[in-house]
Design a protein around this ligand. Structure first.
Ligand SMILES: [Zn+2]
Ligand SMILES: [Zn+2]
Length: 470
């Protein structure tokens, strides 16, 4: 009789890049499809500061030969592989041997690059599953030039829906993280139940989603829990708590209320909910919204897919203007444009959502137009931090006050321990972390896989039993 087993391709003792394959009989599920943050290459992300990108057109070869993604060629678009052969790809993984399955399904939990960077290179026949809002966001990212498109067939899943792959079922459970549509999964093969949280946090707007996941896991009596542990350090007791989303938005409200000049806002466009809240708060204080063309493209294209989390949100009725200077050939312009001169002339009327590479436009915006009140710069969970010398020299040059309004997307170590303790699985695996061994598991047996390892679920549970007994 075939037994369920797990293979770990990424996310082991590293931040990001979770790639785990659960397989039983002839069916398998790979969950998440990104690359680790500390890999040789980090995929193009236009908001990032000087990433070392893969060579355009050769990305898949470089990810495969860099050992940065599962070496199973059936997952990938043969055209993008360009003749790269299997022996070379497997050679990168040394002695590791991998199970083979007739059908692999791919689940993508959320739209951060470290979980989805390989999606554009997926095989056209690979069945891909994701939540409705993750898909809406992906369409936005493609429209805004933040990701290449994919040829793979995507099946959009409702919250709490159950996919049946014969040998096992997979339930989709929406969570809370700073990428809209984030979800975890619960795998049930009739013998064992495995839960994967995806990236998650309690300090967001929806801690109730985390409680719901915990309750579902408790009622199903999870055997193996896989959680992220991004915020663990060598000494988790020293990790500071982050402000709640409510506090963050109320501080944003105060800053906008006091702003005299332009409000420059750097925010991750993958957190559509925070974008929506900040648009609505700004408009309620009489501000107009102007965005870089690529950010407006993400916002508009995602909302054309009707983001469920934003159902009825007041931001959907607020006009978003596009700064003319940011229109390029690569991005479809959808909406009214406004000239840079107009914004410079009426600084106090605008909140400008922009991405890091547009920093140079500050020179024009600050020096053109009649002298008006001081502008402010708000950095809200963005990959280029406010302390970055590239930003601080601009703020200094134009006498702009910088504010950081960030609370991250990941759970505090105490929240991690609380989740594990309440779910009380037979074993826990912490991925997406540089310090998985410092996890407080509340007495639950911790299993530490190695990269490339394949292990039977029953072996993980046996190792847990032997720890308890001995
Ligand atoms: Zn991640
Ligand atoms: Zn994430």
């Amino acid at each position: 009789m075939s037994e369920g087993q797990l293979t770990f391709f990424g996310g082991v003792a590293r931040s990001g890049g979770v790639q785990v394959m659960y397989g039983k009989g002839n069916q398998a599920l790979l969950f998440d499809f990104g690359v680790e943050h500390s890999s040789l290459l980090f995929p193009t992300q236009v908001t990032l500061y000087e990433p070392v990108n893969a060579t355009p057109g050769r990305e898949l070869r470089q990810f495969l030969l860099g050992g940065m993604t599962a070496p199973l060629l059936e997952l990938y678009d043969p055209e993008q592989r360009k003749g790269l052969d299997e022996a070379k790809v497997l050679g990168v993984w040394g002695e590791s041997e991998f199970p083979r399955y007739d059908q692999i399904h791919l689940y993508i939990g959320h739209m951060h690059t470290d979980h989805m960077a390989l999606l554009p290179f997926a095989h056209p026949d690979l069945p891909v599953y994701m939540s409705h809002d993750s898909h809406a966001l992906f369409r936005g990212m493609v429209a805004g030039g933040h990701s290449l498109d994919t040829k793979a067939k995507i099946t959009v899943c409702d919250d709490l829906s159950v996919l049946d792959f014969g040998e096992f079922t997979v339930q989709v459970v929406e969570m809370d993280h700073n990428a809209t549509g984030s979800s975890g999964i619960i795998i049930d093969d009739g013998t064992h139940k495995i839960a994967y949280t995806g990236d998650w946090r309690r300090q967001g707007k929806h801690p109730d989603r985390i409680d719901r996941f915990i309750e579902l896991c408790r009622s199903k009596q999870i055997d193996v829990l896989i959680t992220e542990g991004t915020r663990l350090t060598a000494d988790p007791s020293t990790v500071p708590h982050q402000m709640t989303e409510e506090t963050l938005l109320s501080r944003f409200n105060d800053l906008i209320g006091e702003a005299e000049g332009v409000v420059y806002l750097q925010i991750s466009p993958r957190d559509l909910e925070r974008m929506a809240d900040m648009i609505a708060i700004s408009a309620s204080l009489g501000k107009k919204i102007v965005m870089d063309a690529s950010l407006a493209a993400i916002w508009n294209a995602a909302n054309r897919e009707e983001v469920r989390r934003l159902n009825g949100h007041p931001a959907l009725d607020i006009p978003v203007r596009i700064l003319d200077a940011t229109v390029t050939q690569d991005v479809a312009v959808s909406g009214e444009t406004v000239s840079l001169e107009e914004v410079a002339e009426h600084k106090s009327e605008y909140v400008y959502f922009f991405k890091f590479p547009s920093l140079a436009l500050l020179i024009e915006l600050e020096t053109l137009g009649n002298a008006q009140g001081r502008s402010i710069f708000i950095q809200s969970d963005y990959s280029v931090k406010i302390e970055s010398p590239s930003i601080s020299k601009f703020l200094k040059a134009f006498n702009i006050t910088g504010h950081s309004l960030s609370n991250g997307g990941h759970a505090h170590p105490e929240a991690l321990a609380d989740l594990i303790g309440r779910i009380a699985p037979k074993a826990v695996i912490t991925l997406h972390s540089k310090f998985p061994e410092s996890q407080n598991t509340k007495g639950v047996h911790a299993y530490f896989p190695t990269k490339g390892e394949t292990v039977k679920v029953s072996s993980i549970l046996n190792s847990a039993a032997s720890t308890v007994n001995g």
